[in-house]
Design a protein around this ligand. Structure first.
Ligand SMILES: [Mg+2]
Length: 228
């Protein structure tokens, strides 16, 4: 592969492992609900799962389909507590607070970002979900100084691969001309985005061992930067 003009990097399950954070965060929110209303944890789990699916189904590929606030809001509605909106906000804070505390950088991320800086290859984060929480995640990972900008599906109306992430990056973030690398854990989303934008796709290894790794990508970039 040749030296990329830029890198478009996915966030969730690429820059850190999602599953552990999500499991701990969901449990914390479910326990808070069970505790507040003296309900069985199993009941809460069931209603929450149903409400989450219904929200996702209704909102399709819009960024709000990932809104934990909306999942909790509908859960409370389904429990007959539709006006407990302040608690929905609290649950959202519990969820994301727990999630963010669990986050750690994926192996290879530090090396990859350092190499991009050395080689003056700009890195753009392109991610589904809403801007506020994605910015909090990037801040937690302490990568803001290493990236040239962020595009979220909230800003381009639709999740990957449909949203015009590259159009946004060209218009607002100074995306350079030339062929870049799209790096992510999802063949349909990240691979689809690479294909529709005419860039190369590098899959990170979640499918194999559930732990995303950018070590192989870093090695490929070292090689691509050496052959000039
Ligand atoms: Mg991902």
């Amino acid at each position: 592969m040749t030296r990329p003009a830029f890198i478009a990097l996915d966030l969730d399950d690429t820059m850190y492992g999602y599953a552990t954070c999500h499991a701990a965060a969901t449990e914390a929110a479910e326990l808070a609900m069970a505790d507040r209303y003296s309900l069985q944890l199993e009941t809460i789990k069931e209603v929450f799962a149903k409400s989450r699916l219904a929200t996702k189904k209704r909102l399709g590929s819009a960024a709000a389909s990932h809104s934990r606030l909306l999942y909790f809001k509908l859960t409370l509605e389904n429990l007959g507590l539709a006006n407990h909106l302040d608690f929905a906000l609290q649950l959202e804070a519990t969820y994301w607070g727990t999630f963010i505390r669990k986050m750690v950088r994926a192996p290879g991320l530090t090396e990859l970002l350092e190499l991009c800086r050395q080689e003056a290859i700009p890195v753009f984060v392109m991610t589904d979900l809403t801007a506020q929480i994605q910015i909090r995640k990037l801040s937690r990972l302490q990568v803001l100084d290493h990236i040239s900008g962020l595009v979220t599906s909230e800003e381009v109306l639709e999740d990957k691969p449909a949203g015009d992430f590259f159009g946004y990056a060209r218009e607002h973030l100074g995306l350079p001309d030339g062929r870049g690398w799209v790096i992510g854990d999802d063949v349909a989303k990240d691979g689809g985005l690479a294909q529709s934008s005419g860039n190369d796709f590098l899959l990170v290894g979640k499918q194999l061992d559930r732990s995303p790794s950018l070590i192989a990508v870093h090695k490929k970039l070292v090689a691509a930067c050496t052959i000039r």
